[in-house]
Design a binder for this molecule. Structure first.
Ligand SMILES: Cc1cc2nc3c(=O)[nH]c(=O)nc-3n(C[C@H](O)[C@H](O)[C@H](O)COP(=O)(O)OP(=O)(O)OC[C@H]3O[C@@H](n4cnc5c(N)ncnc54)[C@H](O)[C@@H]3O)c2cc1C
Length: 468
């Protein structure tokens, strides 16, 4: 009864995609999920809630219309935490419902409980009511994801000093917020709250942020944050966080400076959720951040029948890439052919403004010694940008001078995470600058920025002389 072809631990993007893939190949699959509802961090505390919060904040504040009506413009004058939560609950319900239906349609069984290893092919599952069962599987896929890193020196209280999971439960919007950690999650929340007119301070010991993003894009982004009065304390470490008698918080930086604020979000890193898996019983070991190492092509761990995919294997730690990893791992696990995904995948940062990128940055192109040319377009150069009242937004294309092929696309501004897919397609199909110069784009669209940037680069690259 309790023997499966594949048992998947975790129902986030990697687990759910892996489970459905194996079931579609006719395998008997079980998903074990310890959370109240299926969906993982992605649905309940990560991707979907943060993006819903962002969308709600932009809608209620009238952010997208401020180019026309000024910075004081608001759709709703008083925005409460309840306003933000209401839309969140509706979205989450819908996501869970779709997922449960996908499991049912594909005959993926799922059980609520916490899994841990007894041996490499057997798991113990502790159900919510305390009942313990055992299941065996030919293969096991660990898609357990991550949880927020909570160091001892931060006095988390779930009300004024919070991690990114707890932030979704706040009862009142703070007037001031300090975000410790200028990684993707910290930056997304910092800018969302800043759009809600919370006074935001961003703190990080590193003097730069988003180092994997093209520097020119980060500079433009940073300018926009400063322009709306966000305080950036980069290159400064938060040594001490305390609650003060007036109910506020005080953060002492290593520079000696003290930041006072109503709320602190600690978003400096996440840990692989492997501590309760009893990995030793399976002959596995996690690294110091709880992550598992895998073969990057098969997602096989050092124990041949155990696979790991998603955030628990580290970079890039995206829902999008986790899904693909889960699918590939499941195919390999059940003996099906698994094609390697195309080389270039997009990275989206849903800050306000959005950033999205695919391919090589200018810094990487330089490092590799590739002769190159860049093309730049500002959204305000497009008619669509005028219609939308955009005064910011930048698209940058990088081309090889030798092959004329697109090497990278980098965007900051409205719609960046959607627009990037045009560049991604050209990159993966090995397209050249001519694609942008010669093709017709819908008018008026922001996508026209591709044509403008293509022409900008093409003008300097010169035309190809047709062969006689
Ligand atoms: C605030 C935030 C914003 C994000 N925004 C984006 C974004 O915009 N775009 C994007 O692509 N990515 C985003 N991400 C990242 C994205 O959420 C993750 O990449 C994705 O959720 C990872 O999927 P996963 O399948 O590895 O596992 P997860 O989604 O982390 O799910 C793992 C599941 O495993 C369960 N589990 C763990 N241990 C056990 C056990 N022992 N037994 C049973 N169940 C267990 C957990 O309860 C959890 O439900 C964001 C993350 C955060 C935190």
């Amino acid at each position: 009864m309790n023997q499966y072809d594949l048992v998947v631990v975790g129902s986030g993007p990697a687990g759910r995609r892996g489970a459905i893939q194996a079931a579609k190949l006719g395998k008997k699959v079980l998903v074990v999920e310890q959370g109240k509802r299926v969906g993982g961090v992605s649905v309940h505390t990560g991707t979907i809630p943060s993006k819903t919060l962002r969308e709600t904040a932009l809608n209620l504040t009238g952010w997208r219309e401020r180019g026309f009506y000024g910075r004081a413009y608001r759709v709703k004058q008083e925005i409460s935490a309840e306003d933000l939560r209401r839309r969140l609950l509706i979205t989450l319900d819908h996501e869970v419902e779709v997922l449960e239906h996908q499991f049912a349609r594909n005959r993926v069984q799922h059980i609520r409980g916490k899994a841990s290893f007894i041996d490499p092919q057997t798991l113990q599952i502790v159900k919510e009511d305390g009942e313990i069962i055992q299941v065996s599987a030919t293969s096991i896929l660990l898609a357990v994801g991550t949880k927020p890193f909570r160091p001892d020196y931060i006095p988390f209280d779930g009300k004024t000093v919070l991690d990114s999971d707890e932030l979704l439960e706040i009862e009142d919007l703070p007037r001031s917020l300090a975000v410790i950690g200028a990684g993707v999650i910290g930056i997304e929340y910092a800018t969302i709250f800043s759009a809600l007119d919370t006074q935001v301070t961003l703190i990080d010991p590193k003097s730069t942020m988003l180092d994997f993003i093209d520097k020119e894009i980060v500079e433009d982004f940073t300018y926009q944050l400063r322009d709306r009065n966000m305080k950036l304390h980069l290159g400064q470490k938060a040594d001490k966080v305390e609650r003060t008698p007036d109910g506020k918080c005080a953060i002492t930086l290593d520079s000696g400076r003290v930041i006072s604020c109503e709320m602190v979000l600690f978003a400096a890193g996440r840990m692989g959720a492997t501590d309760s898996l009893n990995l030793a019983a399976a002959g596995l070991e996690a690294d110091s951040r709880g992550r598992l190492s895998v073969n990057p092509e098969t997602f096989q761990t050092t124990v041949p029948n155990i696979y790991a995919a998603g955030d628990v294997v580290g970079f890039p730690s995206l829902a999008s890439t986790s899904m693909e990893q889960g699918r590939i791992a499941a195919r390999v696990a059940v003996g099906a052919i698994a094609k390697e995904p195309p080389k270039f995948f997009p990275y989206g940062i849903y800050a306000v403004p959005e950033i999205s990128t695919c391919g090589l940055t200018e810094e990487e192109v330089k490092e590799r010694g590739i002769p190159y040319e860049c093309g730049i377009a500002r959204f305000r150069e497009t008619s669509r940008g005028h219609i939308m009242g955009l005064d910011s937004g930048l698209l940058k294309l990088i081309f090889s001078l030798k092959t004329r092929r697109l090497l990278g696309v980098h965007i900051v501004g409205e719609g960046a995470t959607e627009l990037v897919h045009i560049g991604q397609a050209v990159l993966n199909l090995k397209g050249t600058v001519e694609y942008f110069v010669e093709n017709t784009f819908n008018y008026p669209t922001l996508a026209e920025a591709y044509k403008i940037a293509g022409l900008d680069a093409g003008n300097r690259m010169g035309e190809i002389t047709p062969k006689a």
